[in-house]
Write a protein that binds this ligand. Structure first.
Ligand code: ARG
Length: 458
């Protein structure tokens, strides 16, 4: 197959070189964006009288026809072409003849590929955002149903203070909400059109770059033609935001795995979202959560890879930058797959609320509140801390929770204790007295839930 750039060459490319250089196996992913960009470029060229109306109509019709035929499976994108841009242009010339040869006027594959990748990424930012929203919707449902489902909150994976399941899910709601706002930030910052920058130094044709940008839904044109073809910052930002999403999903997965263990039994993963063992008949494994946790490394890898690729590239375009594609596509597909599966798994999770509550009762999660009780009766906090430490030690020896100790036993530790201590350190009190913004009480959580509902309606 003749190359777009064959004129200067007297020999064919070595086959191995051709294969090494070619990008069609992966850049066909933005075939639709390539057509969309070419149509906008053509319409602009005609408006500027660089193409006639007839030439424009022929090119647009040809491009639309190629799109339809590929979508219908009548035309195959094959490795006979170096890249998707060559495929489209060669087929256009086949269909409409000489007018097709004018499509590339005032354009280089450098600004063309910069545009295609941006259009593709822009679409994918919206897809990822929609999937994050689905996950948030699911989390909110769980929150609404569980404002009084008590469970232990952990630090160092040791029971710390009692919280509710709504409160725990709310923490993830905040994380994925921030992930969405990162999507919005990146979209806003990247939404400038590189087309019309040429190979690196613009062009002598009187292109209307503002017009092309507006046809393609951009905020405006990019302002430096060298940067336009050499900028991959938006991909690095996107991969970084995708890595953060994976980090959140991975932490959540880790908790699902722990909660699903025989030791915790806080949750049961639906049969549809777990797998068995080929040898151990009793097993029901949290494979989805484990795979999400595992795939996190792959997305981080994409970020590190592109950062490394970009770090030594002199201005402007260099072929190294072709390496941005496969890893970005893989990261996007991985994150979208993980988000969709994770949301499904969360939707079908069964929470063993009794076990969660029992776990909160046994583990001295009310020790801080017992110390606070003493403080309210005049004991300095540092002394109270030490008294309760001593009490916990005694409880461990006796195999009892603090509230299972008789008042006599409590008084042996400190005569400040009165029978009203039981109410003061009950699980319900421990949670429901925590009324500050962001705290686990039902009152505080209901405020958060109302705010989240309004946010999801936006
Ligand atoms: N496949 C190339 C890429 O992805 C397209 C741009 C080619 N430009 C060039 N000057 N060789 O970067």
């Amino acid at each position: 197959m003749a190359q777009l750039w064959g004129g200067r060459f007297t020999k064919d490319t070595d086959q191995l070189v051709y294969n090494f250089n070619a990008s069609i196996s992966f850049d066909q992913k933005f075939f639709h964006q390539d057509i969309e960009g070419s149509i906008a470029h053509t319409v602009m060229l005609a408006k500027q009288k660089i193409l006639t109306e007839e030439e424009k109509d022929a090119i647009v019709k040809g491009l639309t026809g190629i799109r339809e035929d590929v979508d219908a499976g009548k035309l195959q994108i094959t490795s006979a072409y170096e890249d998707i841009h060559s495929f489209v242009e060669a087929n256009l010339i086949d269909r409409i003849g000489d007018a097709g040869k004018k499509l590339h006027t005032g354009r280089s594959r450098n600004d063309q590929v910069a545009l295609d990748m941006k259009l593709y990424t822009r679409d994918e930012i919206s897809h990822v955002d929609a999937l994050l929203k689905d996950l948030l919707t699911e989390l909110l449902t769980i929150m609404k149903e569980n404002t009084e489902t008590y469970m232990p909150g952990f630090t160092h994976l040791q029971k710390a203070q009692p919280i509710t399941l709504a409160h725990h899910m709310g923490a993830y709601f905040e994380m994925f909400k921030r992930d969405r706002s990162r999507m919005a930030d990146i979209y806003k910052r990247m939404n400038y059109c590189p087309l019309g920058s040429g190979a690196l130094a613009g062009t002598t044709y009187p292109l209307d770059r503002e017009y092309t940008a507006s046809l393609l839904g951009f905020e405006g044109p990019t302002m430096n033609s060298m940067d336009s073809v050499a900028d991959r910052d938006y991909l690095i930002e996107f991969l970084s935001a995708l890595s953060t999403i994976m980090m959140h999903l991975s932490r959540f997965s880790e908790e699902i795995i722990i909660w699903n263990s025989n030791e915790y039994k806080f949750i049961e993963i639906d049969d549809a979202y777990s797998t068995g063992s080929s040898i151990m008949p009793q097993k029901k494994n949290p494979d989805i959560a484990e795979l999400v946790r595992g795939k996190t490394g792959r997305v981080y890898g994409a970020l590190m890879s592109l950062l490394t690729t970009m770090k030594g590239i002199p201005l402007a375009y260099n072929k190294d930058m072709q390496e941005d594609k496969e890893l970005t596509f893989d990261a996007i597909d991985t994150v979208k797959g993980c988000l969709a599966l994770f949301t499904g798994m969360i939707r079908t999770l069964k929470f063993n609320k009794d076990i969660m509550e029992k776990s909160a009762m046994h583990g001295f999660t009310n020790a801080t509140d017992a110390a606070d009780y003493l403080v309210k009766h005049g004991v300095p906090f540092r002394d109270a801390h030490s008294i309760i430490g001593h009490l916990v030690l005694t409880c461990i020896e006796k195999g009892k929770a603090i509230d299972e100790m008789s008042i006599e036993e409590l008084k042996e530790i400190s005569d400040v204790f009165e029978p009203d201590v039981y109410d003061a350190i009950s699980l319900k009190t421990c949670v429901e007295k925590r009324l500050t913004i962001g705290a686990p009480s039902k009152t505080s959580m209901e405020q958060a839930i109302a705010a989240y509902e309004a946010y999801l309606k936006e």
